[in-house]
Design a protein around this ligand. Structure first.
Ligand code: PAF
Length: 298
């Protein structure tokens, strides 16, 4: 079935998806924030992968365009989702498919409450991509995108409809668990790297920082247990250490935001976790300390 997808958030992941949707025969419209951006995109996105560079035709429009939307992929930063979606609500067709693909949690629950006439899907991805310039993406490494329906977990129809894409899309019957898993790992790594201005691997090799990480993980494990989310066989710490070592030379996304003096996603990562801990009557003192320190930095 050929679909017309609108994409909100034309960063690296948004453009990567735009290209793959077009390649699979779908129609794509990017929703951009200004006429200057529309001119800069010149009706195309470019993907560079290895030695190959390919261009894909897309349409571009502003959010106030009257066209109705039946399939919407949201790839903005977590802190932009709510206002961006609010601006498009009147354009969303009844029963439209809404896919949220971003770091952190909070906007998925918001969408569930506020977009009750639409299907709310959530996704989490390990694809590696970065922007060389607006609309030009370097696809550095294919990962996996887990996709599931947030408001009706057993529905896997969208992953099936998107099987023609050359992205590794996996239907996830309990996407909320995958989002929590990623959030827990992000909570254990990202704020500490941002605070100590270090590579991911240094958290595992520096005994003081590793001990801080262990404290965070203990609080997160207690919350997951209270929420009856059994996500890590031997607790979070071994998994978080493994991810920190496997991505040892990288600077986390949060540290990169701090270095570039951009807003971080801390409210939707550690902030979401602390909120849930407080609702559950649990103390998450170490995570809260980090949340406050990070909010002072950026
Ligand atoms: O956010 C990131 O940079 C990555 O997801 C990481 C650091 C590997 C895990 O928190």
């Amino acid at each position: 079935m050929i679909m017309h997808w609108h994409i909100l958030g034309a960063g690296s992941i948004g453009c990567l998806w735009a290209a793959h949707l077009v390649e699979a025969g779908h129609q794509v419209t990017l929703i951009l924030r200004s006429k200057q951006r529309i001119t800069a995109f010149n009706q195309q996105v470019t993907i560079e992968q290895g030695t190959e560079t390919r261009h894909y035709p897309v349409q571009c429009q502003l959010a106030d365009h009257p066209e109705s939307i039946h399939h919407l992929l949201v790839t903005t930063k977590a802190y932009d989702v709510q206002s961006a979606l609010s601006g498009l609500r009147s354009r969303l067709a009844q029963g439209a498919q809404l896919v949220l693909l971003h770091n952190g949690m909070g906007p998925q629950q918001w969408a569930l409450q506020h977009c009750s006439q639409q299907q709310v899907w959530a996704a989490t991805s390990t694809d590696g991509a970065w922007l060389r310039q607006p609309g030009h993406v370097v696809f550095a490494g294919q990962g996996e995108t887990r996709l599931g329906r947030f408001d009706a977990p057993q529905d896997s129809s969208l992953a099936t409809q998107l099987q023609g894409l050359a992205l590794n899309i996996v239907a996830d019957p309990v996407i909320e668990h995958s989002l929590w898993r990623k959030l827990a790992i992000n909570c254990a790594i990202n704020p500490l790297t941002a605070l100590h201005d270090c590579r991911n691997g240094e958290l595992a090799s520096n005994p003081v920082w590793r001990a801080e990480m262990a404290e965070l993980c203990q609080e997160i494990d207690s919350l997951l247990a209270r929420l009856q989310l059994s996500l890590f066989t031997d607790g979070l710490l071994p998994v978080a250490l493994q991810v920190a070592r496997a991505t040892g030379q990288n600077y986390s996304s949060m540290l990169q935001d701090v270095r570039h003096q951009r807003q971080t996603e801390i409210d939707y990562i550690t902030g979401f976790l602390c909120q849930r801990a407080s609702e559950a009557g649990l103390s998450a003192g170490k995570n809260e300390q980090l949340l406050h320190k990070l909010k002072k930095i950026c």
